[in-house]
Design a protein around this ligand. Structure first.
Ligand SMILES: Cc1cc2nc3c(=O)[nH]c(=O)nc-3n(C[C@H](O)[C@H](O)[C@H](O)COP(=O)(O)OP(=O)(O)OC[C@H]3O[C@@H](n4cnc5c(N)ncnc54)[C@H](O)[C@@H]3O)c2cc1C
Length: 469
């Protein structure tokens, strides 16, 4: 009788854990699954902590509920399969603001990550360039072309729409600049319609029509117990052996599978497996691929990352507006790029003692000097700048936390999707029992990472001779 297959998953973030769950669900019974995580904790960028005696997210905060193609997003589907559906909660306050000329203005509706589908709706925040979005008788984008989001929007609607709307909204997700980020990778729905439509407003409307929202249906959700409950449930349901503090340092092909070098040089452990899911960010992935597929490793390693810091403060009964938070355009000259009023935004986090939890982020791609400040200076800066934006003197925090995420958010440059397709094709052709997954390839959001991990698992099952259906 054939022995059960052994699969190693490198990286214990949400991508690696989603891959582990999918393997357990669909691989033949008895498949041996091991997750190797270099740090002491699972979850990667999902990390629920505690501040002033209450739970708070120190990393990712929420997830999209719907898949762009319709139905539940991949993470919602995973949450359901793990039996956590009852824990899903939605924001009680959805309205956010933008800082414009030092004051707060509501984020206008009807945009696609800030790109307007109705110019009148954004007029209070940004004046679109007059008559710029003219129909020139051809689609905005060629069939295989990709451009920076900023270049397209600046050309069609002018600088103000980019600087005051698109850049802060895109920057809120990627900590990057609209002028650097790929349209096809960061706004795939708009890229698709831009290949057909002749005006940007028309392309936004077409993208919105292709994925209509159910009125009243919540866009975002999170888990009442924190996103770490998803991490723990996925690890448990996968039945995988979890190896924490186990960095994989080398990956080599053997006659029948793969050999992993795990742990510190002096106490290196060598593990033989049949298949590997590489669910780590691009840089560690490139290092691991260097020994096996060097040409692919170089391309994977091209991806750059932004670093950010999240500063969370517990404030005794502050005066906060009824907003989920605000975004700060880079042109405003502040260090903070966004702030979330956790206890206003999320009803389940509201506290009887009136303590409010407020989080702010600093660090923009290419301008990360703010991250060199000490924790105390970061807290003081956030306190001063949020007070200034709100026009109040915020009370002294009773507790604070600074979470630094170095090299955390991928910066997809134009052409990213083509590079990923080429890398995947090369790996699949030469090494079908190796799969690459995670935010370095398919997208930054949690649902996309879950789907990426699941797809990798399905590819591995097929490569090992099973059926992933
Ligand atoms: C501050 C912040 C806020 C965010 N907020 C949101 C949000 O609200 N909603 C949303 O949808 N997305 C959000 N994101 C994005 C999302 O959280 C991430 O893209 C996603 O969690 C990445 O998951 P991953 O498993 O691909 O990678 P990671 O989470 O980076 O996990 C990779 C894991 O691999 C481990 N590893 C690395 N090298 C090795 C090695 N050699 N051997 C073993 N292990 C290794 C790492 O320690 C890590 O645990 C946020 C990201 C950040 C940084």
């Amino acid at each position: 009788m054939a022995r059960p297959s052994r699969v190693a998953i490198v990286g214990g973030g949400i991508t690696g854990l989603a891959a582990a769950v999918r393997l357990r669900e669909r691989a033949p019974a008895g498949t041996d699954i091991t997750v190797y995580e270099q740090s002491g904790r699972l979850g990667g960028k999902l990390r629920t902590g505690e501040l002033a005696g209450g739970p708070v997210e120190f990393g990712a905060e929420s997830f999209l509920m719907r898949d762009p193609a319709g139905g539940d997003s991949a993470v919602v589907a995973l949450v359901r399969r793990l039996g956590l559906a009852e824990s899903i909660v939605h924001p009680s306050v959805g309205q956010a603001a933008l800082v414009v000329d030092g004051g707060l203005r509501p984020v206008p509706g009807g945009t696609l990550v800030g790109v307007p589908g109705d110019l009148n709706k954004v007029a209070a925040v940004a004046r679109p360039a007059a008559d710029a979005d003219r129909d020139a008788g051809r689609p905005l984008l060629g069939p295989d072309a990709d451009v920076p989001v900023g270049a397209l929007v600046r050309a069609r609607l002018g600088d103000e729409v980019v600087d005051r709307l698109v850049d802060p909204m895109l920057g809120g997700v990627y900590a990057g600049r609209a002028d650097d980020l790929s349209l096809a990778a960061t706004m795939p729905a708009l890229a698709r319609t831009a290949r057909v439509e002749h005006t940007l407003v028309g392309a936004v409307r077409a993208a919105q029509a292709a994925a209509p929202r159910t009125p009243g249906a919540p866009v975002f959700g999170t888990l009442a117990g924190g996103l770490s409950t998803l991490v723990e449930a996925a690890a448990a349901a996968s039945g995988a052996t979890i190896r924490r503090d186990a960095a994989v340092r080398e990956l080599h092909r053997t006659a029948t599978g793969w050999r992993l070098t795990v742990g510190p040089t002096r106490e290196a452990e060598y593990v033989e497996v049949d298949a590997v899911v590489l669910a780590v960010p691009a840089r560690p992935a490139a290092r691991l691929l260097a020994g096996t597929v060097p040409e692919v490793a170089a391309t994977v390693g091209e991806l750059d990352y932004a670093s950010v810091a999240l500063i969370t403060m517990a404030l005794p009964e502050p005066e906060l507006p009824e907003l989920s938070g605000f975004l700060v355009p880079a042109t405003e000259g502040l260090l903070i790029k966004a702030s979330t009023f956790f206890t206003t935004k999320w009803g389940h986090l509201r506290r009887a003692d009136g303590v409010a939890l407020l989080r702010a982020s600093v660090g923009r791609y290419g301008d990360e000097t703010s991250l060199q400040l000490t924790d105390e200076d970061l807290v003081a800066t956030v306190h001063r700048e949020v007070s200034k934006v709100l026009g109040v003197s915020l009370p002294t925090p009773i507790d604070r936390h600074v979470q630094r995420w170095g090299g955390a958010l991928p910066q997809y440059a134009p052409g990213h999707l083509g590079r990923v397709a080429a890398v995947r094709a090369a790996v699949r052709a030469a090494h079908p029992t190796l799969a690459l997954a995670g935010a370095g390839y398919d997208g930054v959001g949690i649902p996309v990472c879950v789907r990426s991990g699941e797809t990798a698992a399905e590819e591995i099952i097929t490569a090992l001779g099973g059926s992933a259906a």
